[in-house]
Every structure is written in C-alpha cells, then in structure tokens.
Design a protein around this ligand. Structure first.
Ligand code: CA
Length: 235
C-alpha cells in the first residue's frame, strides 16, 4: 500500500484529494502549510508527495527543494498557474511532474501511477511499449508497425528511450537535450523539435495530431501510453 502526502492549503480541495486517494487504497497524510508538510515528509515517510505550489507560508517550490534534499520520493506539484516558468522552476527544484488545476481526477490518478511506477521499477530493464499499432522494443532496439519494421536511428532510440523511462510523466527539454545530446547541446531546442517531428512521423498513427508523443508547451514532452499497456509492459 503506497503512502501519499498531500500538501495543499485549500481545505475543500485537500479533503477531496484525500478522499479520492483513500478510495484508490492509498494511505494518506495531509498538511495545510509548507512547514507542516516538510515535517510530515520527514516523519511519515511517504512514497509520493503531492504539493500545491501556492501555499500561504512559503513558496511551494521551496517545499519541493527542501523535501527533495532529504527524500528521493516522487514529487508531483499542483499548480493553478498556467505560467510555464513556474512549472519549469518546480521541476528544476526537484519535482517529477505537475498537474495544472483544474484537473480531472483520472488525469491526476494516472500521473500518480506513472510516478510510482517509475520510482518502483526494478533495475534498468527497458520495456516493450505499444504506441497504438506500433510495438517498440527498447532493449532490442526494434520497432514494428502494421506495415512492417520501422527504422529508427540510434539517436531517435535514445530520445524515445529517455521519454519511455518516464512514461506518462513530463520530461523537460533541458533533460532530453542533456541526456540525449550531452550538456554542450543543452540549449538546442530547435534541434530537439526536429527529432521529435521525425519520431512522430515514424511512430504516430497521425503525426499531425500526436496521440503518444505529446508537447507540453514551453516545458518539454510527455510520452503518453495507455495506462493498462504501460503497467503490463513495465516489468
Ligand atoms: Ca493554494
């Protein structure tokens, strides 16, 4: 049973979140302030923290940074802000993903499952993933679609692999560029965009309307797998 810590000052929303999480068999601990939340994170040792960025006593990003400094757990931030800069700031501080208010409960639960799945995955075994009718074997580096094998370049494999390791979660442009191209290319977001386009052309059923390789404007990309497929594929 996973333990989730909810740090949110809005009483109504916090109580809704706790009820929702308990209904999904999570054990829940709650805090209405950043200070209290940091204490709870130390004593309750949650498996995941859900942190509102707009807290009364301190900036949510500071809470993320503090908790990250002593616990390796996945952190999801809740933000009412559409400002991309705030999301990037929270991710840079150590958050793993964000959910923008208002959110659907199914979206929130899917993000929580994705974060826990990545955190609890054993070893470095790479999954076989299904993007609609395309099967992508990341260990064997093969891809097969309805019309037969699909050729991906080594760089394209590295890129899709980096997204797949965090399937369902945001991966920032900076993270992708650093991991796939190396630190010296960390600002080449134009190059990244071209390669995302190549991947979509090869893997998406309709590259102009991506279903799997999604853009999070101004922040990065998210590989969205069907939840059941994802949990079956990641062993
Ligand atoms: Ca708030």
């Amino acid at each position: 049973m996973f333990r989730v810590l909810v740090i949110e000052d809005d009483d109504e929303l916090r109580s809704m979140l706790c009820t929702l999480l308990e209904s999904q068999s999570y054990r829940v601990s709650e805090a209405a302030t950043g200070q209290r939340g940091i204490l709870e994170a130390r004593s309750y040792r949650p498996d995941l923290a859900l942190i509102d960025l707009g807290l009364p006593d301190m900036d949510g990003t500071t809470v993320v940074r503090e908790i990250r400094s002593f616990a390796p757990l996945p952190i999801l931030v809740l933000t009412a802000r559409t400002m991309e800069a705030d999301k990037v700031k929270a991710l840079d501080a150590g958050a793993d993903d964000y959910v923008t208010k208002p959110f659907s409960t199914s979206e929130l639960l899917a993000r929580i499952r994705a974060a826990l799945r990545r955190a609890t995955r054993v070893g470095n075994a790479l999954p076989v993933i299904a993007l609609g009718t395309v099967a992508l074997d990341l260990s064997g580096r093969t891809a097969c679609g309805p019309a037969g094998p699909i050729h991906l370049t080594p760089l394209e494999y590295r890129l899709v692999e980096c997204l797949a390791r965090s399937a369902g979660m945001i991966v920032t442009q900076k993270q992708l560029l650093k991991e796939v191209w190396g630190p010296e290319r960390a600002n080449d977001s134009r190059g990244l965009r071209s390669y995302i386009k190549f991947l979509r052309q090869k893997l998406e059923p309709d590259p102009s309307r991506p279903r799997f390789i999604l853009t999070e404007a101004g922040v990065g990309y998210r590989l969205q797998l069907d939840d059941t497929v994802g949990s079956e594929a990641v062993r």
